[in-house]
Write a protein that binds this ligand. Sequence first.
Ligand SMILES: Cc1cc2nc3c(=O)[nH]c(=O)nc-3n(C[C@H](O)[C@H](O)[C@H](O)COP(=O)(O)OP(=O)(O)OC[C@H]3O[C@@H](n4cnc5c(N)ncnc54)[C@H](O)[C@@H]3O)c2cc1C
Length: 446
Amino acid sequence: MRSRDAAGHTVSHTAGLKTTPYWWEAARPQSTPEAPLPERVDVAIVGSGYCGLSAAIELSAAGRSVVVLDAGELGIGASTRSGGMVTGGQKFVVSGALKSHAPARQQRILEDAKASLDHIEDLIQRHSLDADYVRCGRLIIAWTPSHYARLQGWAKLLETYAPGTIELVPREHLRDEIGSERFFGGLLVKNYGGLHPAKYHRALRNLAHSSGANLVSSTPVLRIERGNGDHLVVTKRGRIAARSVFVATNGYSADAEPFLKSRVIGAASYIIATEPLPSDLARKLSPRGRMFSDTRRSLCYFRLSPDGTRVVFGGRATARELDEERAAAGLFGKMCEIWPELAGSRISHCWRGNFGMTYDHIPHMGTHDGVHYAVGCNGSGVTMMTYLGHQTALKILGRQNRPCAFDVDAFPKVPLAWARSWTVPTVTSYYLARDWIEGRLAAWSR
Ligand SMILES: Cc1cc2nc3c(=O)[nH]c(=O)nc-3n(C[C@H](O)[C@H](O)[C@H](O)COP(=O)(O)OP(=O)(O)OC[C@H]3O[C@@H](n4cnc5c(N)ncnc54)[C@H](O)[C@@H]3O)c2cc1C
């Protein structure tokens, strides 16, 4: 990817591009030494992301014998690849997912979403987790004037569940929040935050290990054979009998649990990181160090790195899945549309990851044929999947005060899930086209 600078010299924006997450420079996913698998455990957990580890921490602390199995290195899934934005339910409002539910269920969903934020903050604080967590606030920014009107409606709903945390930022005050002329106002959620996703994963790994959980990498689970007493977890390296099994495979769910395959679809999202920027430029782009996302259907999410030196910018540039070099070029264009002063900057990293999409845009935990699962973050799972792992552990232990709002029997199949290779690009193309048209109309109206 090249362009010309002001002096007419050719500049390559991606020379030496790394296709692994920027976050891995500080904390890599982990391989464990190959050792015999345990013959029998109280709980076998499939998937070593935030969800699986969070369950392992609670269960091990309660004295249960636990094994966590991952097909790859520990943390190789979305959990060390995300934007690191910590939220508490805004996604359900913004995505329109709440609309199809009765008011009583809406209330329960938002209550549990708020509880998920309290839970992650408490977990990080109680165990002094080294995760660069900061409660810096999240600004949702309107791509068009009509989107700002929509933000005003969302603000009212969110304020009901988290009084005192919501602020509307009209266009004339946006400059205090973001150094960009592109937007038409914003909704600030003051108690949301950001963390370093790979450091957070490493901290959970360490906590799970010190609580007594057995963490095992490079051990794909092939199937789970149901039994009256123990279930049998069949892996590529042998079998484990387990009283309870918890599947926490989210956007990487495949054949191990066929029930999930048609209900949660892995959708790719891409992120770029710039090389370190001059400190005055970084401060100008994001004067208060907020987490940002915009209101496009195919939204972009962006932030400064925890050390305040780089822009980390995520989204989808095209409907098709791309290699990282081409994805970097697309995201670079989107980033410069927001911050034109980055046109001369270089991209050091571009990577991708899968998040789990469900038909109703709501995460689901539950039990199918005696096997527990929690999946379907719909792109917002740092807080939520940590919480659902914890809730599943409490359920296994029989210690829930009340059932979790995301634990309902109805878990709709994604229509045409078997044809995702063309349905996902078709829907994404539609979203990108609508975003483009609305963006052009909004630009003309300025
Ligand atoms: C690019 C990107 C950006 C994101 N940004 C944000 C953000 O800013 N804020 C936010 O809240 N959320 C974000 N998310 C979502 C968030 O990262 C996820 O919701 C969360 O990490 C999911 O955690 P998890 O434990 O459920 O799943 P994962 O971390 O994906 O873990 C699932 C694991 O299951 C393993 N697995 C799958 N099948 C098997 C098998 N058969 N046997 C053994 N192991 C198996 C996989 O190897 C994987 O390690 C983002 C996601 C992506 C991809």
